[in-house]
Design a protein around this ligand. Sequence first.
Ligand code: F0G
Length: 419
Amino acid sequence: MSLALSGAAPAPPADAVDGVWLECIACEETFAPFEDVRYTCDACDGLLEVRYADPPTFEDFSGRGVWRYADALPLESGVSVREGDTPLYEVPRLEADVGVEALRIKHEGMNPTGSFKDRGMTVGVAVARELGVDRLACASTGNTSAALAAYGSRAGMETLVLLPAGKVAAGKVAQASLHGARILEVDGNFDACLDVVQDLAARGEAYLLNSLNPFRLEGQKTIGLEILEAFRDDYGAWPDRIVLPVGNAGNTAALYKAFRELVQTGALAPDDVPKLTGVQAEGAAPMVEAVENGADEVRRWDEVETRATAIRIGNPVNAPKALPGIRETGGTAVAVSDAEITAAQRDLAGEGIGVEPASAASVAGLRTLRAEGAVGGDERVVCLTTGHLLKDPDAAAAAGADPEPVPADTDGVLEHLRA
Ligand code: F0G
């Protein structure tokens, strides 16, 4: 099986360019990387991965941000707004409360447009430029559209975003709008938007920049590389587990790929690979269902609902890449309620870390797994928080305290404070 954790770096096929090629994870057909626009396998429609004849070791990394990891990426540089280099925060109160040996928060909300999507777009939009396409498109629950709008405008390219009408948080629509994307509001959920964008891409009308695009996931690998390096430098060991929110399972797939490549070069021992642990909202949990049933395929949920609109997704397109990642690393997946997500959002805010609801799912999931005993008290854990609090100001205001009206004089204010 081509997605096994262990194994040597593959030999390059004849169509590799500078040791880089695309390979189908299902039938192993290979393709040149930048010649034609291609998202899935011509032969069997399986998912494609970028492969390297020469995967990196930690010694290969120097510089700043995502492009510090150029040796692990298909290009030397990208369309950049200085993405990556996000903080790995200590959260001592939450760590003690959850009851694990160590807990760190990797806050991807600290990227330029406020989510991890920037890491994918700096690579994906650069590849689009390389391919010479003229119109970019994505379906989105919001963050992908904000990032694509920003990176598309930076590259001077036309950008279309398809959003599920009424189901995208205010901050994200505002970003896509001001960065100049054309926003098409679709009468349907995210999965329906993605069906349309895939069709537009298949007809050659636009270049698709959802996480089905294998180049985008290459950029997102750098989340895993940063976590490993920062945790090792901070703690003197690798983390045992990484807990992350799951929608299309692109990040799960990307982190697993980063770890596989380090294992290929011997930079990371297979036993040291963190357990990938996915969290979904109860109302949109097809990956959790598949993991719990030990299934190889995910059943598409047609009806999905959660306050964590970023992960309101019923058809995780990267499941064929992500399920092996969860399985091979000894991880798991768990569903959490909207109330648990909001409680975790407050917990993080109480440590000074402002995240949007979907992001807090990671912490809510960790709490659940720790309470069930599936996560041990001796574990060193990193929770990924994927988007910034200001992405969804309505959810933040609803989860926080209401403003208190006071008169415009000091005595009146003091009287109110004493009451
Ligand atoms: N967290 C946030 C804040 C997200 O925006 C997303 C996905 C995820 C988690 C899930 O990540 O798909 O890699 O499993 N948002 C996409 C979007 C779908 O359109 O912005 P995944």
